[in-house]
Design a protein around this ligand. Structure first.
Ligand SMILES: C[S@@+](CC[C@H](N)C(=O)[O-])C[C@H]1O[C@@H](n2cnc3c(N)ncnc32)[C@H](O)[C@@H]1O
Length: 468
C-alpha cells in the first residue's frame, strides 16, 4: 500500500519484519510479481487470482499474508512509486520493460512501506530482476533501488508531492489515485474530506459476512469467530481467518458481502409501500450478493423474487446464492420479458465504474479511464427507466451503484426523472436509519451515499423511487 494515507495502518502492523526461520521469501516475491504481471497483461483480478496462486505454491500463514500485502500494496501504491522511481532512474519509465518496471514497483513498495530492511528488500528484488530480465537489467535495478532506499517515504513525498504543488497533482501522487478519480471523488465528497477518503481507499477493507436470512444466523457466524457489525442485522465482521473455514460460508448459507451492499438491499425491502407486496425483482443480480439477501427476506414475507442478469454465467452464480423459491433468468433488464407494472419492489444495482470499491480491488483504479463513466451512462439510464416501468404504481425502485461518481449516481436519477411525472423520490437516509438507528453521515437526502472513511463500507449510492 502506498504512502501518506496509510500511516495509521502501517504503523500498527507493517508486514515483513525480520524472520527467525528461513522461509520461501523468493517464492513469496515471485508469487506477488506473477499476480501483478497477470493483472497487467491479461486483466486478471488480484483478489481472484492470488488465492489460487497461494494454494498452488503451498504458501500459507505469514508467507501468504506477506505475498498478499506485497501484491495489494504494490498495485495500490503504483502512482506514488512511479513518481519516486522516475526520479531514481536515468531511463524514462515508459522506456523500461514492463516486467522490469513491475519488479521495481515491488521493490519500492518493500523499501518504502514495509518493515523489510532496505538492504534485504534491494537484494531480493535485484535477484528477482535478474531472473525476470537478466543480469544487465539486475544491475540497473540495483542502481535504481539503492537510490529509492536513500530516503524514507515522507522525505520522498516532500519531493514528489510537495505542499505547494497544485492540489490534484499532490493528492494524486501522495495517495496513489489517478487524477481523474481524485477529481471525481472530490466533486462527490467535497474538499474537506477528500484526503480522508483517498486514505481509506488504501486501507485494508474489513471482511464482512452476511448470514442469509432463513438459512444462517449472525449468532452462528459469531460462534465461528466473527464480531458484531455496526449496521446490518444480518452482518458480522471477520477479524482474521479465511471465510471459507466457516461452515455456513462453505454451504452458501452465508457469504462475504460488504455491509453497505446489505443495507441498500434492506432499504428496498423496508421502503414504505401501500398495497400488495408479493412480487420483487432484481434486474442486475449477478453474481447474487443482493439477490441472496432479497430472496431470503422475500420468502420470510411470502413474496417471490425474480432475479435477472444479462450474462448467463452470472445468472448461474445467482442461482447458487438465492433460495429455491426465487426465479432466476438470463435476461436483458432494458428489454424486459415481463409486463409493465409486474412488480412491487425492484432493485437496479447498475453496472458502474466501481469507484466505490477501490479498497477491495487494488488494480481497479488504473484500469479504467474517465471515458468509462460516459460509456456506462446510457445503460444505467436504460436500466433505471426499465425498472420504473416494471414496478406498479405505488411500487418502489432502488437504484444502486457501487460508485459515488455523481455522473453515475444523482445525475442519472435526475436525468431519468426529468422525463417522467409518475415518480417521487423517497428519503433514502431516513429509510436506512429505520433499519440501523446509528446510521448517519449518508447526506441530506433524498439520496443516500455510504463512504469508506465514514462508515468503513464501500461507497454505495442509493436512490429510492416510488411510482405514483
Ligand atoms: C454491479 S453488478 C450487480 C451486482 C449484484 N447486484 C450483487 O449484489 O452481487 C451489475 C450486473 O449487471 C449485469 N448487467 C449488465 N447489463 C445488464 C442488462 N442490460 N440487463 C441485466 N443485467 C445487466 C452485469 O452482468 C452484472 O452482473
Amino acid at each position: 500500500m502506498p504512502p501518506a494515507r496509510n500511516r495509521r495502518h502501517t504503523q500498527n502492523r507493517r508486514p515483513g519484519g525480520p524472520r527467525k526461520t528461513g522461509r520461501p521469501q523468493d517464492l513469496v516475491r515471485r508469487t506477488a510479481f506473477d499476480v501483478i504481471r497477470a493483472v497487467e497483461t491479461r486483466d486478471a483480478y488480484a483478489n481472484l487470482l492470488l488465492p489460487s496462486r497461494l494454494r498452488d505454491r503451498g504458501l500459507t500463514g505469514r508467507d501468504a499474508a506477506l505475498a498478499t500485502e506485497l501484491t495489494y500494496g504494490t498495485l495500490r501504491g503504483r502512482g506514488t512509486y512511479d513518481a519516486v522511481l522516475a526520479l531514481c532512474s536515468d531511463r524514462e519509465l515508459r522506456r523500461i520493460d514492463a516486467p522490469l518496471l513491475d519488479v521495481l514497483r515491488l521493490g519500492a513498495h518493500q523499501i518504502l512501506a514495509t518493515r523489510i530492511p532496505s538492504h534485504a528488500a534491494v537484494a531480493t528484488t535485484v535477484e528477482l530482476a535478474r531472473s525476470v530480465s537478466g543480469p544487465g537489467q539486475a544491475k540497473f535495478a540495483n542502481a535504481v533501488l539503492r537510490k529509492v532506499a536513500g530516503r524514507d517515504l515522507d522525505a520522498w513525498l516532500a519531493i514528489v508531492a510537495p505542499a505547494d504543488a497544485d492540489t490534484l497533482t499532490r493528492l494524486s501522487i501522495a495517495h496513489s489515485h489517478p487524477k481523474w478519480i481524485v477529481s471525481a471523488l472530490r466533486d462527490a465528497v467535497g474538499a474537506a474530506e477528500i484526503e480522508d477518503l483517498l486514505a481509506a481507499d488504501n486501507d485494508r477493507p474489513r471482511v464482512t459476512l452476511i448470514a442469509r436470512p432463513g438459512r444462517a444466523t449472525v449468532q452462528e457466524l459469531q460462534e465461528a469467530g466473527a464480531k458484531p457489525a455496526p449496521y446490518s442485522p444480518y452482518a458480522a465482521i471477520l477479524g482474521e481467518g479465511d471465510p471459507a473455514d466457516i461452515a455456513a460460508v462453505r454451504d452458501g448459507r452465508a457469504a462475504v458481502q460488504d455491509e453497505a451492499s446489505q443495507m441498500v438491499a434492506l432499504a428496498l425491502t423496508e421502503a414504505p409501500l401501500d398495497g400488495p407486496d408479493a412480487r420483487w425483482a432484481d434486474l442486475c443480480a449477478g453474481p447474487g450478493g443482493k439477490a441472496g439477501l432479497l430472496s431470503g427476506l422475500a420468502t420470510q414475507r411470502d413474496a417471490r423474487l425474480l432475479a435477472a442478469d444479462i450474462q448467463p454465467h452470472r445468472a448461474g452464480l445467482v442461482r447458487r446464492a438465492v433460495d429455491d423459491r426465487a426465479g432466476v433468468v438470463a435476461a436483458d433488464g432494458t428489454a424486459p420479458a415481463w409486463r409493465p407494472g409486474s412488480f412491487d419492489r425492484v432493485m437496479v444495482d447498475a453496472p458502474c465504474t466501481g469507484l466505490g470499491a477501490l479498497r477491495r480491488r487494488p488494480e481497479a483504479r488504473w484500469r479504467r479511464g474517465p471515458e468509462s463513466v460516459a460509456e456506462l451512462g446510457p445503460l444505467q439510464r436504460g436500466l433505471l427507466a426499465s425498472a420504473l416501468d416494471a414496478v406498479r404504481p405505488g411500487g418502489v425502485v432502488a437504484y444502486v451503484t457501487c460508485s459515488p461518481h455523481i455522473a453515475e449516481t444523482r445525475v442519472v436519477v435526475d436525468d431519468v426523472l426529468r422525463k417522467r411525472d409518475d415518480v417521487e423520490r423517497l428519503d433514502a437516509p431516513s429509510v436506512l436509519a429505520s433499519v440501523a438507528h446509528d446510521l448517519t453521515g449518508l447526506g441530506n437526502g433524498p439520496y443516500a451515499q455510504f463512504w469508506p472513511h465514514r462508515h468503513g463500507t464501500d461507497a454505495m449510492f442509493l436512490a429510492l423511487l416510488r411510482r405514483t
